[in-house]
Design a protein around this ligand. Structure first.
Ligand code: ATP
Ligand code: MP5
Length: 257
């Protein structure tokens, strides 16, 4: 059985973070492991509190995992401080990890800051360079490239700009552009679009977490990057299409489809 590790924050309401990742990995029929970086008190209406795990404890979790059950792929989500980012980056290098997917989570859908502003630079210099693929949404891509993204041409410009300093695959997700749900993969100067029809579903809590952990599962299976993204886009589309509607705000996805 393939083993997939998620390094992320906990969402007690089960829609995003570690919980969304474990559901995704399990429905891919793989063995899920988790190193928790923060506890959040949140639900479909918002994030109400965050309690960071100490960098020392994150480090111990990673040693326990890597010394015993080595993962075939790793997804990294919410990493709130520069100290936690440094620990993760060092451990990934020390253990020579492969198939690393970094979802640079900065804000929740509800607008709560999930990464401190002073951690941004450390994310860009220490964590993104060890990734095989990064999966920013429009706002995260704007923050990394430094200009606004309003349409698909801007997405290409942003990917080109980011690729000047990062050699990995760059997947800019188009879920927050209004007319479509087209995601752009940019690698070695080549753009590839993964087109998606916008689904009329306000319940999108955890779409980014789910997509990135699905990509990790597919890479862990040994599939190519393009095929991994293609399969993951199919997974997220059917989870959105099934139209689960629970909670009072932007609800979670249905992983049981
Ligand atoms: N309404 C929608 N219809 C179809 N696909 C969507 C929709 N919203 C998001 N997606 C898809 O879901 C995936 C995640 O994209 P999105 O841009 O929402 O990421 P995100 O903002 O990181 O997610 P999150 O809401 O969890 O923070 C992408 O493949 C995107 O195209
Ligand atoms: C622990 C954790 N990780 C990630 C997200 C982002 O997900 P979303 O943008 O859907 O709120 C979140 N809300 N909580």
């Amino acid at each position: 059985m393939k083993k997939i590790l998620t390094i992320a924050g906990s969402d007690c309401s089960g829609g995003a973070g570690i919980q969304a990742d474990i559901k995704t990995i399990t429905t891919h029929k793989m063995y899920a492991m988790s190193a928790i970086t923060a506890l959040t008190a949140q639900n479909t209406t918002g994030v109400y509190d965050v309690s960071e795990i100490s960098p020392e404890f994150v480090s111990k979790q990673l040693d326990c995992i890597f010394e015993d059950i080595f993962p075939d792929a790793i997804k990294i989500g919410m990493v709130s401080s520069k100290e936690i980012i440094e620990v993760i980056s060092n451990k990934l290098k020390e253990y020579k990890c492969k198939n690393i997917v970094v979802d640079p989570v900065m804000f929740s859908t509800s607008g709560h800051e999930l990464m401190s502003k002073d951690a941004m630079n450390t994310l860009e210099t220490k964590l993104l360079p060890v990734a095989d693929i990064i999966t920013p949404n429009i706002f995260e891509a704007e923050s990394i490239c430094g200009f606004n993204i309003k349409n698909k041409e801007d997405m290409i410009k942003a990917a080109k700009e980011i690729s000047n300093s990062l050699k990995c695959h760059i997947l800019i997700k188009g879920g927050h552009l209004s007319d479509s749900a087209d995601d752009l993969l940019f690698y070695e100067k080549k753009p590839i679009w993964f087109n998606g029809k916008r689904i009329d579903n306000p319940n999108t809590h955890g779409t980014g977490c789910t997509l990135s952990s699905a990509i990790a599962c597919n890479l862990g299976k040994g599939l190519s990057m393009e095929k991994s993204i293609y399969n993951s886009k199919k997974y997220i589309t059917s989870a959105l299409k099934s139209g689960l509607d629970i909670g009072k705000g932007s609800g979670p996805l249905n992983h049981c489809v």
